[in-house]
Design a binder for this molecule. Structure first.
Ligand code: DGL
Length: 273
């Protein structure tokens, strides 16, 4: 643990199954430029979206512990798959504030919908747990939710195929059943989907509102830090530190797509250390 006594000066901890959570870091950087951020991407054990809830709960606890040991004041669970199964366990087990991506995204979707029909796409795990439905229903019981897994989008984004005609075709296959149900709001329930916004907009036109969970989570994190009086008082730009459990040769290239800038230094992390 860092020898800092003022908790406000500790970093924001963010974890994800891999690189997609960097889309949340990008937005955190915009709304909280003076905050230090420690990121952990579990690249050795991804993907999370096709694993079982028990395994992802175990990984999420280890990831949270890893961040805690590096001195953080809050943990942002940037991964939808992890947020959908592990958030309540993490809140029970750890005493620091923990924020997931589902609640901020769900509340934005509920605010945006007019006809009370919300579409949600995400990994198999995120959709099959039904956690988005539960949260949306708890916010407005009248809302109808049409949720579909869209697992092929993760590898397409990592490959940089965000404008490709094949990607557009796949998106159409995933989105048409939701459009048929006349959704007026589409929640992007996976770290990777914000990169597909231009392609998705081509299909949904301006008939459907888009909810980008990375933006909503960054705003919600700012609000929570404010409420808890945990905003970093420093005036300089916050420092970033990136840990990954595996360093593949493509890591820098993929990270750049999510972050919008080059990762300068990354640290290979071992969870058992
Ligand atoms: N980060 C995951 C999520 O948001 C997507 C990638 C994975 O399946 O690990 O659900």
């Amino acid at each position: 643990m860092n020898p800092v006594t003022d908790f406000r000066q500790l970093a924001i901890g963010v974890f994800d199954s891999g690189l997609g959570g960097l889309s949340v870091v990008k937005e955190l950087r915009k709304v909280l430029p003076h905050e230090d951020i420690i990121y952990f991407g579990d690249t050795a054990r991804l993907p999370y979206g096709s694993k079982s809830p028990d395994t992802i709960r175990k990984f999420s606890k280890e990831n949270t512990r890893f961040l805690l040991d590096r001195g953080v004041k809050i943990v942002v669970v940037a991964c939808h798959s992890a947020s959908s199964v592990a958030l309540s366990d993490l809140e029970r087990e750890f005493s620091l504030p923990i924020i997931g991506v589902l609640y901020p995204a769900a509340s934005s979707a509920v605010k945006k919908t007019r006809n009370k029909k919300i579409g949600v796409i995400g990994t198999h795990l995120t959709i099959e747990t039904g956690t988005y439905e539960k949260i949306i229903k708890s916010l407005d019981a009248q809302v109808e939710i049409i949720a579909k897994p869209a697992p092929l989008l993760v590898p397409l984004v990592e490959e940089g195929w965000v404008k490709n005609s094949i990607t557009l075709q796949i998106l159409k296959i995933y989105l048409e059943p939701l459009l048929k149900e006349k959704i007026d709001t589409l929640l992007l329930g996976c770290t990777h989907y914000p990169l597909l916004k231009p392609a998705i907009k081509k299909i949904i036109k301006d008939r459907v509102n888009l909810v980008d969970a990375s933006l909503e989570t960054a705003e919600a994190t700012k609000k929570l830090l404010l409420e808890k009086n945990l905003l970093n008082p420093q005036k300089s730009q916050g420092k970033l530190k990136f840990y990954f459990s595996d360093l593949s040769p493509q890591l820098y290239l993929i990270a750049r797509r999510f972050l919008g800038f080059e990762l300068k230094e990354v640290i290979r992390a071992s969870l058992s250390e």
